[in-house]
Design a protein around this ligand. Structure first.
Ligand code: XIL
Length: 450
């Protein structure tokens, strides 16, 4: 394979073009550089576009040519589930998963590991276990599998589908749940120890509608985990939709979860009958949320789909692009480039603004608070000159204590850019965030840059 056919390299080139264009004639330059594959077009705004892959299809030339051309992220469809990786207790089997991982890495694609703990597709020996022996078998499974792939996985679905359907908003009953309600956080801590470099996600379906009890239950768990320092980095929204596509408030759901200080991703997207407008709406919901870092469809061609009777994917059985493909590509090409991505309103009770920008930059703080804690999002906007670096000085409310911060380095009251967000053209902005315990609103003392 030549380097120019490696998706990530092509994507990086496309991203460079649009970032360089920022500042002068952003929209014109951006449109002129419209990318022609899903992966390259998603990369223009710093995102990935992925697909589920089945190991046994890697010998199908049509399949792999679309895979290598279009996608920059791969999720093994079944090969990393516990029945596949530990078919007999203590005997691990990685052949098919390794085939996918090797293919993806050698083609420059990244990998979402799916999954480490799920009540379905458990091997028989695990299905018949309960209590303390099951807890320790699960933790050993996580340690072994995440350890085997240490350093190779972008994000792990550590726990899949642990919440109940319907109106309870509570946990789903399963042998894993019956080992004790703390099983999820213990799974996350175990995964962190086994592969400290992987992002750790909770993944579920029917959590796209903000008003659904199941969504609220997962939101409360993530909020609780963040407030107690349980290592969770992302939430995966499976996004298996009916013909009508996503609920109207899907973007609200994504931005509200993101405001907790986690990345969000669409992890298993498929839509019955693949309406182009439903696919476009789904794509835009992600693009409008800065911390929505990527989209994965659950298969390549309709014939590859677990819902093949509903023709829910972007390529038909022959591998030909469908109308839904074009609508997704167009939506991705319409996304603003990385550092000018507009934010969407979250639940924002209060906003404080610094003095008008006489100097290098200005900063505003948006708050999402709950009883005992908050997430602050700080927007830094360049003044009348381009900046290569910036520092915001903040006054935290008395007693507040920072537990987690992103897109920023901080020391005492000073909050400064990291390598990738220091450069801001005149009028351009970037955002960083942090989570803290306590109450009250941080105030901006100054914003300086050079
Ligand atoms: C599905 C696979 O696509 C099928 O091949 C398999 O028979 C069953 O599992 N939620 C998930 C995925 O998290 O792992 C499921 O994948 C689809 C629903």
């Amino acid at each position: 394979m030549t380097s120019s056919s490696i998706p990530a390299l092509r994507a990086a080139a496309a991203a460079t073009v649009s970032v360089v264009a920022v500042g002068a004639v952003v929209l014109t330059a951006h449109t002129a550089s419209a990318a022609t594959t899903l992966g390259a077009s998603a990369a223009q705004s710093g995102r990935y576009f992925g697909t589920a892959v089945a190991a046994f299809k890697l010998s199908d030339a049509t399949y792999t040519s679309i895979l290598d051309r279009e996608f920059t992220m791969v999720t093994p469809e079944n090969e990393m589930k516990s029945d596949a990786t530990e078919p007999q207790q203590g005997q691990f089997s990685y052949g098919n998963a390794d085939r996918i991982v090797n293919h993806a890495l050698s083609a420059g694609m990244r990998i979402r590991g799916h999954n480490l703990a799920w009540y379905q597709q458990e091997p028989g020996w695990m299905q018949s276990m309960e209590g303390a022996p099951l807890r320790s078998a699960l933790l050993n499974h996580i340690t072994q599998v995440a350890g085997h792939y240490r350093g190779k996985i972008y994000a792990w679905d550590v726990v899949n589908e642990a919440f109940a359907d319907g109106g309870s908003g509570g946990r789903r009953d399963s042998n894993l749940q019956r080992t004790g309600n703390d099983w999820i956080e213990v799974a996350f801590r175990t995964a962190r120890a086994a592969d400290p470099g992987a992002k750790l996600c909770y993944n579920d379906y029917n959590i796209e509608d903000w008003s659904a009890a199941k969504t609220q239950g997962v939101y409360r768990m993530v909020q609780d985990f963040k407030s107690r320092g349980v290592p969770i980095d992302c939430v995966g929204f499976q996004a298996h939709f009916g013909a009508g596509g996503p609920p109207g408030n899907f973007q609200t759901t994504l931005s509200n979860f993101a405001a907790l200080g986690v990345d969000v991703q669409l992890t298993e997207l498929d839509i019955a009958q693949a309406s182009p407008s439903a696919y476009a709406a789904t794509t835009r919901a992600c693009l409008n949320v800065p911390r929505c870092t990527g989209i994965t469809t659950w298969g390549i061609r309709d014939s590859d789909s677990w819902r093949s009777g509903e023709n829910p994917l972007l390529f038909d059985g022959n591998g030909t692009k469908k109308a839904a493909y074009t609508s997704v590509l167009d939506a991705l090409n319409g996304a603003p480039p990385v550092s000018t991505t507009p934010t969407t309103p979250t639940t924002t009770p209060t906003t404080t603004t610094s003095a008008p920008p006489p100097g290098a930059c200005s900063a505003t703080v948006s708050m999402n608070a709950w009883n005992g804690g908050f997430v602050a999002t700080v927007r830094v906007t360049a003044g009348s000159a381009d900046l290569n670096s910036w520092t915001v000085t903040l006054n935290l409310p008395p007693g507040a204590s920072v537990t987690n911060a992103w897109n920023v380095q901080h020391s005492g009251d000073g909050w400064s850019n990291v390598a990738y967000n220091g450069h801001l053209a005149t009028g351009q902005y970037t955002e960083f965030g942090f989570q803290a315990t306590g109450s009250g609103t941080p105030t901006v003392v100054s914003c300086g840059g050079s």
